[in-house]
Design a protein around this ligand. Structure first.
Ligand code: NI
Length: 226
């Protein structure tokens, strides 16, 4: 399931982050890529241990922690500290799959990457190319979102970023381990939660609301791994 999370950040937050990122000391993106991905990756990045990434990553994580759509769609258990990347001058990232298990800095913790996240920090009008193309069961989905919006997609999918031929594309990217490992189960829970929210808003007294809420929580109890 691909889910767009609009307006994760306010315009003011995006401006603040861009003012810092535009003068950051970016390094070669190949350093965090696995063996196959190294051969196809051509961009710049700030890894999760870079002070700028830590400072700005906190803003991203705080915003997501208060975003009901994100929490409902991702059911996050552990979120990787956000990293940042920049594509310019033909920079691109060829077809790859994200590494399944990643250590978190020097913490001794690892996460299983269930979901991949790209939070766009540049407006589509600022650059040409730079589309995130995700190979989905329904075909290839092409994603290019407004600044401040995020795409959530299964880490199991093959994906690539097309060359940026004008301007620069700046984003935050990271992974998360979900309480619910299977994408199909997560999708069912998300659809059910969305329907319950709508029903509760339109017919607050309807007795099915509480029964369906029970079904939601009992399915989550069946499927959650903590
Ligand atoms: Ni990737």
């Amino acid at each position: 399931m691909l889910v767009t999370i609009p307006d994760v950040l306010t315009a003011e937050q995006v401006r603040h982050m861009r003012s810092i990122l535009d003068s950051a000391d970016w390094s070669d993106g190949k350093v965090t890529a696995g063996y196959q991905a190294q051969t196809v990756k051509d961009n710049q990045q700030l890894t999760e241990t870079h002070p700028v990434a830590q400072q700005l990553g906190e803003i991203v994580l705080n915003a997501l922690g208060a975003n009901p759509l994100f929490l409902s769609a991702a059911l996050p258990l552990r979120v990787f500290p956000p990293m940042f990347n920049r594509y310019a001058g033909g920079g691109h990232f060829g077809t790859h799959v994200d590494t399944a298990v990643r250590p978190i800095g020097n913490t001794g913790f690892r996460i299983r990457t269930d979901l991949s996240c790209t939070l766009f920090l540049t407006e589509p009008s600022e650059y040409d190319g730079g589309e995130l193309r995700i190979e989905d069961v329904y075909g290839v989905q092409s994603v290019k979102l407004p600044a401040g919006s995020m795409i959530l997609y299964p880490s199991t999918s093959l994906h690539h970023v097309t060359p940026v031929t004008r301007g620069a594309r700046v984003s935050s990217f990271f992974w998360l381990q979900s309480m619910v490992r299977q994408d199909a189960q997560r999708t069912l829970l998300f659809d059910l939660d969305t329907s319950i929210q709508r029903l509760a808003a339109d017919h607050p007294e309807h007795p099915s609301t509480v029964q369906l809420t029970g079904v939601y929580h009992n399915l989550l109890r069946q499927w959650a791994e903590l």
